[in-house]
Design a protein around this ligand. Sequence first.
Ligand SMILES: C[S@@+](CC[C@H](N)C(=O)[O-])C[C@H]1O[C@@H](n2cnc3c(N)ncnc32)[C@H](O)[C@@H]1O
Length: 381
Amino acid sequence: MLESLVQDERLSVYVSEVTQTAKVTIYDVSRGGAGVARLESGQVVFVPWTDVGDEVEIEYKLSDERFLQGHPISWIKYGPGRIEPKCPYFGRCGGCDWQHLPYDRQWQIKLSGVAHALGRQGVIFQALKEFPAEIQWSYRNRAQLRGRGQQLGFFARGSNTFVGVDRCDVLDERINSLLPTIGQEAAAKFTGPYKAEVALREHGSVDWAFNQRHSALGFQQGHPAQNRHLKAWVARNIQGRDVLIDLYGGNGNLSAEIAGRFQQSHCVDVSVPEHIPGNPLVFHRSDVDRWLKRHAESFKGRTTSVILDPPRAGLGATIQLLAPWMERNGTTEVVHIGCDADAAARDISRLTKLGFALKDCGVVDLFPQTAHVEVLAYLVR
Ligand SMILES: C[S@@+](CC[C@H](N)C(=O)[O-])C[C@H]1O[C@@H](n2cnc3c(N)ncnc32)[C@H](O)[C@@H]1O
């Protein structure tokens, strides 16, 4: 399998862009997912699908940057910890970059990556609560697939090159079993390339939509079992009883179960449903910045508990609106969930500078077989 990987035509996607070759030994795996090696020039080169101890021939673009991207052409020797990737599309499909690492190693790299990101931002924390994934395959309840005729697949890493797949080992089998049906339906509708968004619902049905914007079927956390850990952690930490504000709240995944403890509970998201029957949250379909401006003083004199679950880039400039909003509206506690370690660490650091103290911090794995990680933080003031 590894031999066939190195000779596969997919590598030509990358080779066409590069000009130099080198033999390197991987000495680390970065939290971004790639193996790390050093060229004779002293430059650091990141090489996907590699592990510590791998000796690899790589190609890379000549540059005087300190950090370069390399692409493996062939393996001279495998490192001692490397395992056989389960999926036949490993290395071709842009999905799971870490199938060659045993799960324990994946988890340790995620943990140390988060600790490092927090440390770089000067965030002081006691210990990270750990929620590694018990279910490491067939977990994913949603996917964004690409299609050509009846053939569904994904894009290759960092490109728009189509890689057809007959199944995906991290997808829930209820989705895998419907791929032929979805492909047939699409082939009857489209002559050119298309996109298929597929989501497995909580009660077991599968929905799909073609050529819609990302998350058109509504955002849902991709790993249901790990999502239960995430929700339970939020519920354990949040103490307030007055007003709950779930910003970037989606369908209220993190707040619906605790909303009953509060006098009022609000969920704000650009793609939020108007109303979910039986759900105690008040939903606001709005951009967070606009909502903060519109409700600048709506909760003055009360005590607010705020959940923040922003997209990958973190809070960005929204913190400038949020900071005075939290002052005016009596925010005493904040839960921050971040799906990028560096962005999350930056947000947590900014919250501590606003006078919040970090009380609990953790890592939950919603994406086994990939380098993605979710950082949890609970802060009070
Ligand atoms: C990481 S998801 C979290 C969703 C939810 N908390 C959950 O656990 O399912 C981020 C959410 O932010 C929403 N979003 C992104 N940018 C936004 C913005 N500027 N204003 C409001 N919502 C936004 C997306 O629609 C998405 O539902």
